[in-house]
Write a protein that binds this ligand. Structure first.
Ligand SMILES: NC(=O)c1ccc[n+]([C@@H]2O[C@H](COP(=O)([O-])OP(=O)(O)OC[C@H]3O[C@@H](n4cnc5c(N)ncnc54)[C@H](O)[C@@H]3O)[C@@H](O)[C@H]2O)c1
Ligand SMILES: [Zn+2]
Length: 363
C-alpha cells in the first residue's frame, strides 16, 4: 500500500491511498468524516461487481448506507443525471456532514463529484476509482462536472475529495482497451515529468503489468503523485503549470471531437497526440529528433497507435484545435516535451508547422 498526501492552499489536504481494499473504506472514512450517512454513487456494470463490498464495509463501520445508480458511459455525464442523483441524496437523507462515494471510472467520478460539490452547497466526497485512467488522472485534482450537447466538461466545479481510495483488484475486470487508455496517460506523465517512469515503461508491457500487482501499484502511485504535485502548486490552472498536464491533449481533443468520440478512446487519442507533441518539440527545438522514434516505440509497445486509423478532415481538426482553450490569437498554443521528463507551453506556433505535424500523424 502506498499513501501520499495532496496538500492544497488554506491548510486543505487529503490522502491518496494506492493499493487499498474496498472493504476497508468504511473504517478509513469513519476517521475522516463526522457524519454517519453515506451514499455510494456508481454505474451498474461497476456496482454489480463492487458496490456490495463497499456498502458492507461502510455498514460495519457504523454508516447508514444507500446506493445511487447512474447509467453507464460518457453520454450520461449530464445535468439530468445529476438531478436524479440529488433526489437519491435527498431520499437517503444526506445532510452536509454526510459523505458521497464515487465508485467507478472517470464518468462516475466527475458526475458524483459535481453532485457532492453542489448538493446543499457542497458535501464531503470520496473518489474510489475503478479504471486505470480514473486512478492516474480523473480522481486526483478536484475537477468535477458534466458535458453539454455543445461540448465536454462545460459545466463543473473544483471540489476536492476528502480521500482517494484505489483498490487495484478492481482493475482485474477492466477490458484491455480501458487498460491501454490509462497507460497512455502514464506515458504522458513519464514524458512530461518523470524520465525514470518513462524508462520503466520502455522495459515492460501490458501482459507483465497485469501479472504484477507491485509494478502496477508503482506505476499508479508515481503517476498520481505527479498529478498531485502539479495540482498542489496550481489547483485552479492559473499559473500555467497545470496546463502541462495537457501534453498531447490539444491534438487528442481535436481527434476525439472530429471523429465524434466514436473511433478512439481518450487514451488512444492521447497516444497519437503524444507522438505529435514529440514531433512538434523537434520543430520548436525543445525535443531531440532521436526522441521521436523512442516515443513511437513506447506507444506501440503498449498496444497503442502512433497515427490515426484513417484521415479526418484537416480543416475540421485545425478548427477544433483553434477552439481548444489552449489556443490564443495569431497561432496555436501547445504543450511540448522538453527532452524526456519535462514539458512546457509554447505559444504562437505557426499554422504551417501544425499542418506539417498533422501530416506526420496521418491527418
Ligand atoms: N476530472 C478530471 O480531472 C478528469 C481527468 C481525466 C478524465 N476525466 C473524465 O473521465 C472520463 C473518462 O473516464 P474513464 O476512462 O474511466 O471512463 P468511464 O468512466 O466511462 O469508464 C469506462 C468503462 O469502464 C467500465 N468500468 C469501470 N470500472 C470498471 C472495472 N473495474 N471493471 C470493468 N469495467 C469497468 C465503465 O462501466 C465504463 O463502461 C471522461 O468523462 C473524462 O472527461 C476527468
Ligand atoms: Zn487525458
Amino acid at each position: 500500500m502506498n499513501r501520499s498526501v495532496l496538500k492544497l492552499s488554506a491548510g486543505r489536504s487529503h490522502d491518496i491511498i494506492v493499493g487499498a481494499r474496498l472493504e476497508n473504506l468504511g473504517r478509513a472514512l469513519s476517521h475522516v468524516v463526522s457524519g454517519r450517512r453515506a451514499l455510494v454513487v456508481s454505474a451498474s456494470p461497476i456496482a454489480r461487481r463492487y458496490a456490495r463490498t463497499v456498502l458492507k464495509g461502510l455498514r460495519s463501520a457504523g454508516f447508514e448506507t444507500a446506493l445511487g445508480l447512474m447509467p453507464d458511459g460518457e453520454s450520461h455525464k449530464t445535468m439530468a443525471v445529476v438531478q436524479r442523483l440529488y433526489r437519491h441524496a435527498l431520499s437517503a437523507q444526506l445532510d452536509r456532514r454526510s459523505i458521497l462515494i464515487a465508485l467507478g471510472g472517470g464518468v462516475v467520478g466527475d458526475v458524483a463529484g459535481f453532485v457532492a460539490a453542489t448538493y446543499m452547497r457542497g458535501i464531503p466526497f470520496v473518489q474510489c476509482p475503478t479504471t486505470l485512467l480514473a486512478m492516474v488522472d480523473a480522481s486526483v485534482g478536484g475537477k468535477t462536472g458534466v458535458d453539454l450537447p455543445e461540448g465536454k466538461n462545460l459545466v463543473g466545479a473544483f471540489w476536492q475529495p476528502k480521500l482517494v481510495w484505489m483498490d487495484m483488484f478492481t482493475l482485474s475486470t477492466l477490458p484491455d482497451r480501458q487498460w491501454r487508455t490509462g497507460i497512455a496517460e502514464i506515458i504522458k506523465y513519464g514524458m512530461m515529468a518523470d524520465r525514470a517512469l518513462f524508462e520503466l515503461l520502455e522495459n515492460n508491457d501490458l501482459a507483465r503489468l497485469k501479472k504484477s500487482p507491485k509494478f502496477l501499484e508503482t506505476l499508479v502511485a508515481r503517476s498520481a503523485a505527479i498529478k498531485a504535485r502539479v495540482v498542489s502548486k496550481d489547483e485552479r490552472e492559473t499559473t500555467g503549470l497545470r496546463a502541462t498536464l495537457n501534453l498531447g491533449h490539444t491534438f487528442a481533443h481535436a481527434i476525439e471531437t472530429v471523429s465524434g468520440y466514436k473511433t478512439y478512446t481518450h487514451g488512444e487519442a492521447v497516444a497519437i497526440g503524444l507522438c505529435a507533441a514529440a514531433r512538434l518539440g523537434v520543430c520548436v527545438g525543445t525535443f531531440p529528433l532521436s526522441g521521436v522514434p523512442r516515443v513511437d516505440a513506447l506507444v506501440t509497445r503498449w498496444g497503442l497507435s502512433t497515427r490515426v486509423k484513417r484521415a479526418l478532415s484537416r480543416p475540421k481538426i485545425l478548427a477544433a484545435m483553434a477552439r481548444d482553450k489552449k489556443s490564443v490569437n495569431g497561432g496555436f498554443r501547445f504543450v511540448v516535451p522538453v527532452g524526456i521528463g519535462r514539458a512546457k507551453v509554447v505559444a504562437h506556433v505557426p499554422p504551417d508547422i501544425v499542418v506539417r505535424i498533422l501530416k506526420e500523424i496521418g491527418l
